[in-house]
Design a protein around this ligand. Structure first.
Ligand code: FAD
Length: 239
């Protein structure tokens, strides 16, 4: 039988991606347990057919079948833990994924928050037809002016934060003046079922660009751990 207790745990040099290309926002693979074979075994145990033989072509077909017919529970006997450093506005979208996702986050009550926030390299315009979406700048947006306003707002907010702390205001209140672009850091643990559901919703053209970059990074980090499942899922979802 597959032994989850001996499932691989990553060495300290775990892979890290920088989805926002600013050297701050990051997604790192911290640990994982389980593999494609465990998914097959979880499905086959219903008729006593689980085994410790290596994955076969039949097993690969079974994984594709399970995904296609939305038999989700065999994909839950595993875990993948990421450390994410992402803007608060991205994190706020991630925490909406409630099922099969565990999270612990840095506390702005405990620690003084670092002066690091995300600045877009390229500002986008409001989409004309979709009230939630954005479109690429067609050249009519003054990128430099937008950058200046962003910088001013960010610097002013951090200055106010430090002034409030110097006045003796508690960290839990002073943080209230900080921007949504402030970087926060968390551990997120998914199982493959919850991760694929997350990717379907957030590595999608309807999702916010920055959130999509993080979703894509999580998929990239997880795919080598469950290659058969990801291959079948990608061919089903054209991802
Ligand atoms: C492009 C996009 C735009 C969005 N815009 C907004 C927005 O403007 N405002 C906003 O508030 N949210 C918004 N969301 C969040 C969205 O409504 C979901 O909360 C989020 O995507 C998580 O999806 P989920 O509920 O399927 O995932 P999970 O919370 O992980 O749930 C997984 C699945 O479990 C089941 N489930 C979970 N909870 C329940 C329940 N209480 N009852 C019954 N079944 C349940 C459902 O089948 C669900 O699909 C947006 C999401 C996306 C992708």
């Amino acid at each position: 039988m597959n032994d989850l207790a001996s499932a691989p745990v990553l060495p300290s040099t775990s892979p890290v991606l920088y989805p926002l290309s600013d050297g701050i926002g990051s997604a790192a693979l911290i640990q994982y347990a389980g593999d494609d074979k465990m998914i097959v075994n979880a499905a086959r145990v219903s008729f006593g057919g689980d085994s410790d033989v290596p994955l076969t072509g039949r097993d690969e077909k079974l994984i594709a079948y399970l995904l296609k017919h939305k038999h989700g529970s065999p994909f839950e006997h595993n875990l993948i833990t990421f450390k994410l450093v992402c803007p608060i506005f991205v994190d706020r979208q991630l925490v909406r994924h409630r099922v099969g996702v565990s999270k612990n986050e840095i506390s702005g009550r405990y620690v003084e928050l670092q002066e690091r926030d995300y600045t877009p390299t390229q500002f986008r315009k409001q989409a004309p037809s979709n009230r939630q979406a954005s479109v690429e700048d067609d050249g009519s947006l003054d990128q430099n002016a937008a950058r200046e306003v962003w910088k001013y707002a960010s610097e002013t907010a951090f200055k106010a934060y430090h002034q409030l702390l110097e006045l003796g205001v508690t960290r839990e209140q002073a943080r209230g003046v900080l921007p949504l672009s402030l970087y926060t850091e968390s551990y997120y643990t998914f199982n493959v079922r919850s991760l694929l559901h997350f990717l379907e919703l957030r590595d999608h053209e309807g999702a916010q660009y920055e959130t999509r970059l993080f979703a894509r990074a999580l998929g990239e980090l997880a795919e080598p751990l469950f290659p058969v499942t990801f291959k079948a899922w990608r061919s089903l979802n054209s991802h």
